[in-house]
Design a binder for this molecule. Structure first.
Ligand SMILES: Nc1ncnc2c1ncn2[C@@H]1O[C@H](COP(=O)(O)OP(=O)(O)OP(=O)(O)O)[C@@H](O)[C@H]1O
Length: 592
């Protein structure tokens, strides 16, 4: 089916929902405000496909900005289903990568951003060193600099205007530390992730020609998960869309805002939606969850929102499991009792249907250990994953590994996609057609010779790194990604924990493709699964002990996010003696 036929087919679904159709038909700025499972992502991706086909002529295109690499990946997957691949005309990525690749790298010099020649992105170690030096300079103290990392980041993200009185008065010591920290980074020829949107916003503010240049390339700016993107994105939207002429298409849900601790301001979404020059659309239906789950999700949130199910909706079931013992024992119960029951209930049950969600990575450790004991494959997205699932280079390598296992025969993924994605990943080092051709040749040669499914992943990666990646890993953006790769290669070296890992395991191919998702509640945002198990929903964990009022509200929203991920079954697992107050309230209101 052609890409046009694919999105027109999806558009037919939207036609049956007045709100989705209104958004799809919108011609000016449009903001879609809607709850979980209401089809925000579906509407956004279908609209993007339409815009690229019908509204915006090549070489102009669309930039679609979202909160995290995981959300970007989800969008890319859905766009590929519509026959659309991110390319020169379609940017899909985080605000950091938009700032770096579309603003800082091309315009740093001409916009006089004051960056060193050949600046690079600081690794965690380099950031820690810069903070240590800055702290010593500002306070005269040697220790405890890292304790300030979190507040430093928040301060930088919450006051963007360095000439403002706010910057000088709210926390002068912190402002001084930020300035010293940034100066230390620059001395080393570095920028960090928080620098990216900050530099981009100040460049856009200072130079009307830069705003025009970005609008010329991207006459449409789409934003997914607006509620989680902070002040910098909001300023960018204000500048590009409401002063320089880009058209905005944004979707979001303030009830799913769970990144307040990083500086997200859900009220910014409402502020944009309230503008008179913006068409605001609200969606009422939840297409994802069974009707019982939709009703109970309002108890989980603690607010009445009036979301409904389409007539054809299935019922959906909620199970509560009050368990005894530590989390390892509770996880064993899942795999020895709950999973066999699932297999009995669903004839076509697959491990990939299930996601186990929890509030902290250390809880995931207990679940991961139990899964290993039961010989079950896992796909983990939390801070203790074997590598960050958000890493672009690791995702690209997974795709290369899949090509070696089976893709070279099946065309999934296609080799041309690997080279295109690789060229984007290493854009700096592959700026000429000749270098891109050389990269393509090296890549195919190296992958072709590494198609042994049971090969050790350590050998596979070290070989590929030496033959194809070595020279490319020192580019601006790639240095940061390179650290992730080197760390992972070390973890699977002889004698290390992951030494036994094979290529097919890494690729998630063959028998290892069947894996249960283990994820933090945060990383599960925007995703859906047939069966969701909310694990360790205990008092003291969600919300954590001593949570402030705003942390309490945020914990409740992350409970709500988890609650609204399942299609068919929701399982809530808690320690018998100390259920989370959120669980107790849901049980009571459900009459359990
Ligand atoms: N008009 C529609 N007809 C049929 N199915 C739909 C329709 N709109 C959305 N869906 C389906 O509903 C599910 C949820 O949609 P989607 O993921 O786009 O919702 P969302 O609003 O982005 O959710 P969340 O905010 O919870 O991440 C998907 O499986 C999607 O295909």
């Amino acid at each position: 089916m052609s890409s046009r036929a694919l999105y027109l087919r999806d558009a037919d679904d939207l036609r049956r929902n007045a709100g989705q159709w209104e958004a799809y038909e919108s011609r000016g700025h449009c903001v879609v405000l809607a709850g979980p499972g209401s089809g925000k992502t579906k509407t956004l991706t279908t609209k993007l496909a339409r815009i690229l086909h019908e509204d915006v002529r090549p070489p102009r295109g669309v930039a679609c900005i979202t909160f995290s690499n995981e959300c970007a990946k989800e969008l890319e997957i859905r766009l590929v289903r519509l026959g659309i691949d991110a390319d020169e005309r379609l940017f899909v990525g985080t605000i950091h990568s938009f700032s770096l690749t579309e603003i800082i790298l091309p315009y740093a010099k001409i916009a006089k951003l004051g960056l060193p020649e050949d600046f690079k992105v600081a690794t965690e170690r380099e950031q820690a060193l810069a903070l240590k030096n800055a702290h010593r300079l500002v306070t005269g103290q040697q220790n405890h600099a890292q304790d300030l990392k979190y507040s430093l980041g928040r301060h930088r993200r919450s006051i963007l205007d360095r000439d403002s009185s706010e910057w000088r008065t709210v926390s002068p010591e912190m402002s001084q530390l930020v300035e010293a920290y940034e100066a230390e980074l620059r001395k080393m020829g570095l920028i960090d992730f928080d620098d990216m949107p900050l530099l981009a916003v100040s460049a856009l503010k200072a130079h009307p020609w830069l705003r025009r240049a970005i609008v010329a390339k991207f006459p449409v700016l789409a934003v997914d998960e607006y509620q989680d993107l902070g002040l910098a994105l909001h300023r960018m939207v204000m500048g590009l869309c409401f002063s320089a002429g880009s058209r905005l298409f944004a979707v979001g849900d303030a009830d799913q805002s769970v990144y307040g601790f990083t500086g997200a301001h859900p009220e910014l979404l409402q502020r944009v939606a309230n503008r008179s020059d913006v068409q605001t659309v609200r969606l009422e239906f939840n297409y994802r969850c069974g009707s019982n789950i939709v009703v109970a999700s309002e108890y989980a949130l603690g607010e009445v929102r009036g979301y409904q199910c389409p007539e054809s909706a299935h019922e959906g079931t909620i199970f509560f499991h009050a368990l005894h013992g530590d989390y390892g024992q509770q996880a064993n119960h899942l795999f020895s009792v709950v999973f066999p029951e699932l297999r009995n209930r669903f004839d076509d049950f697959k491990l990939g249907d299930v996601a186990i969600l929890y509030s902290a990575a250390w809880i995931g450790d207990a679940v991961a250990q139990a899964a290993r004991d039961f010989g079950l494959g896992i796909l983990r997205s939390d801070a203790n994953a074997i590598y960050p699932r958000s890493s672009r280079i690791m995702r690209w390598l997974e795709a290369c590994a899949l090509w070696c296992c089976s893709g070279w025969r099946t065309g999934r993924p296609e080799f041309s996609k690997l080279t295109r994605d690789g060229a984007r990943l290493f854009a700096d080092g592959l700026s000429t057609p000749e270098s891109r051709l050389g990269f393509q040749r090296q890549l195919i040669g190296s992958l072709w010779n590494r198609r042994e499914r049971t090969a050790s992943i350590h050998e596979w990666l070290t070989g590929l790194r030496a033959e194809v990646l070595e020279g490319l890993l020192s580019d601006n953006m790639a240095t940061y990604e390179a650290e992730t790769l080197h760390t992972f290669i070390d973890k699977c070296a002889p004698g290390k924990d992951l030494y036994a890992m094979t290529l097919e395991e890494f690729a998630g191919d063959g028998q290892h493709n069947e894996r249960v998702t283990l994820s933090s509640l945060h990383s599960a945002k925007g995703r859906e699964f047939r069966i969701v198990i909310l694990f360790a929903m205990d008092a003291g964990r969600i919300p954590r002990n001593g949570a402030s009022a705003s942390e309490m509200r945020e914990a409740r929203r992350s409970f709500y996010v988890g609650f609204t991920r399942p299609q068919d079954e929701l399982h809530i697992v808690h320690s018998a003696s100390r259920p989370s107050p959120f669980v107790t309230e849901v049980r009571q209101r459900m009459g359990h």
